[in-house]
Design a binder for this molecule. Sequence first.
Ligand code: NAD
Ligand code: TDX
Length: 340
Amino acid sequence: MTIIVTGGAGFIGSNFIFHMLEAHPGYRIVCIDKLTYAGNLSTLARVMCDTNFRFVRADICDRKAIYKLFEEEHPNIVVNFAAESHVDRSIENPEVFLQTNILGTQVLMDACRKYGIDRYHQVSTDEVYGDLPLDRPDLMFTEETPIHTSSPYSASKAAADLLVLAYHRTFGLPITISRCSNNYGPYHFPEKLIPLMIANALNDKKLPVYGEGLNVRDWLYVADHCKAIDLIIHKGKVGEIYNIGGHNEMRNIDIVKLICKNLDKPESLITYVTDRKGHDMRYAIDPTKIHDELGWLPETKFADGIKLTIDWYLDNRDWWETIISGEYRNYYERMYGELQ
Ligand code: NAD
Ligand code: TDX
């Protein structure tokens, strides 16, 4: 069994590779990653010498490179994590989001059609459903919730989902799609809420909370997401969409306060800054389908997962300090000004 994992030098893709190499010792895992600002080869250092693993630096939009790799590897399954993933960057510059997230997906599926595949899996997001109001806690996203996107990022992910469904219906491509809620855990890039707050708090820097911090996200420990995808590619029904989430809704401000408490840092570091444009209010996943059909349940409670995550950032300072001392500084200054 050979599985191509795209975007494997990023946050969730790398965690998925570690999971797959451990859970399926006989499988060959081939990672394709362009190594954008968000991809770190150091993340994959521990598997680079594994004989069941191969890393290839390539852009999923590069048709020639992708076809060549399919000719060499004859993959059984493709799992597409590769994407531009940060909402704020999509507001700053949407174009690369459309290129990678939509056209890259098309190139991968064309390769699957040309060379044959048992399964093409698209890693999507709950953001394709838009947002929910704060005063209707009874409402959650199901797989039938209409697509209703807010940001260039979510619009690009939704466009890719529609293309994946079209390739299934028109060409019979054996696809599945998963739409997960917000992930957290090791190797999360420090531009995202949880790792940004941990890194800033550890450096006694201000903690920039958008608006009033009342927006709600539904947090899932990354290992639970990886296990769900493993289940879907093996047991999920072709042509189907599966929502993934663990009923763990939290307000941003409460997450930031929890991080302060865990790190013994004062809440006076919290600074309210200009809100994100088009900021989605609340996400909440209904995971009934994946539970009922595939028996998936999240295993990590948030109280444990956030401790594991904070400990990981404490134990792996080199990993994130290298990132925040490089090119990332320019983005931080553009985004947050002189906030220290
Ligand atoms: P990430 O930004 O940490 O990693 C993305 C990876 O893709 C990086 O290694 C980057 O180098 C690579 N990449 C980008 N453009 C590429 C291209 N053109 N060709 C090849 N590689 C390219 O993202 P993440 O948080 O790990 O998200 C992975 C996937 O999961 C994305 O598709 C995202 O939409 C989805 N998702 C993320 C979350 C979350 O909370 N992070 C939740 C739901 C879904
Ligand atoms: O500095 C910040 N301050 C702040 O208040 C940042 C970076 C974020 N926020 C808020 C915005 C959101 O309400 O925190 C919340 C979480 O923000 P992000 O970490 O940027 O995640 P989000 O926008 O919810 O999107 C994430 O989940 C869905 C991933 O980045 C996406 O790739 C995924 O699809």
